[in-house]
Design a protein around this ligand. Sequence first.
Ligand code: SF4
Length: 363
Amino acid sequence: MLMKRGSRESAAKAGILLAEIESLAQSPFTIMEVCGTHTVAIAKNAIRELLPKSIRLVSGPGCPVCVTSNGDIDRYLYLAAQKNVITATFGDMIRVPGTEKNLQELRAEGGDIRVVYSTQDALELARQNPDKEVVFLGIGFETTVPTVAVSLEIAKREAIKNYSVLSMHKVVPPVLKLLAEDEQLLVDAFLDPGHVCSIIGIEPIKFMAKDYGKPGVVTGFEALDILEGIAMLLRQRAEGRSDIEIQYQRVAKPEGNPQAKMFIERVFERIDASWRGIGIIPQSGLGIRADYSPWDAARKFSLPVFQSRETPGCRCGDVLRGVIYPTQCPLFAKHCTSMKPIGPCMVSTEGSCAAYHRYAQRS
Ligand code: SF4
């Protein structure tokens, strides 16, 4: 598929990279692709099938919908069921199951759930519905957080009092540390998330190479980017190095995006956060600072905390930690399919299970 899709020049480059990978892959090497967008691109371009058998690619916890805990899902479902509340959300959250239902089912029962394409849409909903409370569901990593921070700045500046955000945002470096220390997980190196690192830069993840000897390459999302990222990791191994390098140089800079980081810092503060299948990771979440508390849905609605309960039989947590391939879940493709998903890793378009199911990956 890779060859058919690209131009002749791309196909030639892919051939050169694959030859280099082949020559450097003389012994086993396991690489985790951290980001869900990488997982989809790898599946869509059949990159696993193109690699030598000694190279294993395992998926990581980089699908923001998938890592949202059941407790957080039940919490926003509780909020979305309140009278007078309009829930504004990105479309990928609509079918994610909570303990009893999902947003789609809640909407069928009369809940006012609106799919938006940006936080600007959610703010506009608040302006147009002054007698309602508009709550935006804040899900995602450092990539999406700056726009949410800007929406809170605007709401504060314009005194839009009926807009708030339920922040379930997470940051990547703490989960990388946890993965590096996970004795069950035998990963040699990481394809680091290009979008996240375009915001935070590489300084916050350098500890992976320096302290844990886990090299990383910040990689883009085209098939050629991914092949080049893999080749760069193999070159590091061949040269006995452990560094964090950037393949995705057209977007990601070593220093990241200072303005986006400034907005995040101004509006959010680090808090402990619950990750599906992993549990609480200290300082891995982003809560809204007290200065913005009138726009913090958790405070505004005095939301209770819900305990996380995993969906029975779903191994999404193990998939997210790279401990099993989706195909090793007993429910995969039998009871859990793209048409009838059971867990969030199948529901989300960036979920590993969905990518494996849609593109029929080898494991
Ligand atoms: Fe969960 Fe379905 Fe994936 Fe199994 S295949 S881990 S049930 S989402």
